[in-house]
Design a protein around this ligand. Structure first.
Ligand code: ADP
Length: 425
């Protein structure tokens, strides 16, 4: 017997507590009767009472079949619903408005007040709902009687989209049925749709440019430059660079989608922070030398451990330090500083500071958007995909950390990765 079956069995015996004494008395009675009368009657008596007991047990095992509690009549349920309708609507977590047939507000929820602050009970709804599509929808439902769905959008204070369901609700009032307006905020859905469309457009544009250049060079190499060995060498070098750019883009896109997929699972492996940062600085020495930038490293006095994915953290510091070399290299210096958390278990930080041209304030909030670049030509010339800082942001989010950016135009920029630390036992 499985454990759930034996549990059920135990419950059955618990639900019929008289079962054991009944069976025992039945057997005793049976034998008493057997002594006085005839053995056969006694046995029959025992059998009858045991059968009754078994019947009781079966009844307990199948309460649905033998349920004795009758469903309550609808009228009783109606009488039992004593909750005030206005209170029910007021407590609804979505915007709801109840109007009578004359368009007077009978009740509304907190969400509806946020949507139309001028709503007042007893006042005409049109005074507060200044949305022509909704007012027209209310009119149409009052006249036609069939439920309607209306969409509308608001531009101020920022873009929002809603759908409203307008349904008739039977009412004892003589003027006709009430109207229930249920609002549904479509904004997050619309934003996600817009972002997806933008993303696909951007990604295909970024891939199409190097692809067009590749097929152009292939045509040239097959045609006019067929015999030109010098041109061929030069074209092949450019083609290799374009192919690398496409590979980098696909690599970044795949990394982004993988990180997004795992965004809800924070990495769990304790990782000492300094060795990772040191490794990245070492691996970028070639680029730093090429750009004439001296990279300085200032570690925290005590070792710091975070919970992290090593490859992803390498990616974060690689992107930030590479950007400091590529875009801030003119300053000739980059300083990477690890700072301890203010209190045990708090956030540690890794700041990457450059002394280049810096970033104008209007760009700062948009830098982590996918494909956002201040100067597309410069980014492309540097082999950038425009996805680096988006990746950094997503990786830090997954690590329950964050990215902050500060810059004074003309004096360089500081990109800081903040990461929660592990408390050492
Ligand atoms: P990219 O692949 O273009 O480097 P990123 O997402 O890493 O993409 O960076 C986005 C843009 O932010 C860059 O194109 C550049 O314009 C700007 N940027 C990033 N880091 C710096 C920096 N240290 N100084 C100035 N501008 C920067």
């Amino acid at each position: 017997m499985s454990s759930s079956e034996s549990d059920r069995e135990r419950n059955v015996w618990r639900q019929t507590p008289l079962l054991v004494p009944i069976v025992a008395i039945a057997i005793l009675l049976g034998f008493m009767l057997a002594g006085v009368l005839a053995p056969v009657y006694g046995l029959l008596g025992s059998a009858a009472v045991i059968a009754a007991a078994l019947f009781a047990r079966v009844q307990a095992r199948a309460p649905a079949v033998f349920a004795t509690v009758a469903p309550a009549p609808a009228a009783d349920i109606d009488a039992a619903v004593t909750t005030d309708l206005a209170a029910v609507i007021g407590a609804a977590p979505i915007p709801l408005i109840l109007l009578n047939a004359d368009g007077i507000v009978l009740a509304f929820s907190g969400g509806a007040r946020a949507l139309a602050p001028a709503l007042r009970r007893g006042q005409p709804a049109v005074m507060a709902l200044r949305i022509p599509a909704v007012i027209e929808g209310i009119r149409a439902v009052r006249v036609g009687g069939t439920a309607r769905r209306v969409e509308f959008s608001e531009r101020v204070p920022f873009d929002r989209w809603y759908e409203v369901f307008i349904n008739q609700v039977p009412s004892p009032a003589h003027s006709g049925p009430d109207l229930l307006l249920t609002f549904n905020d479509l904004t997050p859905l619309r934003r996600a749709e817009e972002m997806r469309a933008d993303f696909v457009a951007n990604a295909s544009h970024e891939l199409r440019t190097p692809l067009a250049s590749l097929s152009g060079f292939i045509d040239t190499l097959q045609g006019p430059a067929r015999e030109d060995t010098v041109a061929r060498e030069r074209f092949l070098r450019i083609m290799r660079e374009q192919a690398r750019r496409m590979a980098r883009l696909i690599d970044d896109l795949l990394s982004l989608s993988r990180i997004e997929l795992n965004a809800h699972i924070p990495p769990n492996t304790p990782m000492p922070l300094a060795p990772i940062v040191r490794h990245v600085i070492d691996s970028l020495q070639m680029l730093a030398r090429e750009r004439n930038v001296a990279v300085e490293f200032s570690d925290a006095p005590n070792p710091i451990t975070v919970r992290g994915d090593r490859d992803e953290l390498v990616r974060v510091f690689e992107n930030l330090i590479e950007n400091a070399l590529k875009y801030g290299g003119a300053g000739g210096r980059a300083v990477v500083t690890i700072k301890e958390p203010a209190k045990p278990g708090g956030e540690a930080s890794v700041a990457v500071r450059d002394f280049g041209p810096g970033i104008a304030p209007e760009h700062l909030p948009r830098l982590t958007e996918r494909f956002y670049r201040i100067d597309v030509g410069h980014s492309r010339a540097e082999g950038g995909t425009g996805l680096g800082l988006a990746l950094v942001k997503h990786i830090l989010n997954r690590h329950r950390g964050r990215l902050t950016i500060e810059s004074t135009p003309g004096a360089g920029a500081t990109f800081t990765a903040h990461l929660p630390t592990v408390v050492e036992a």
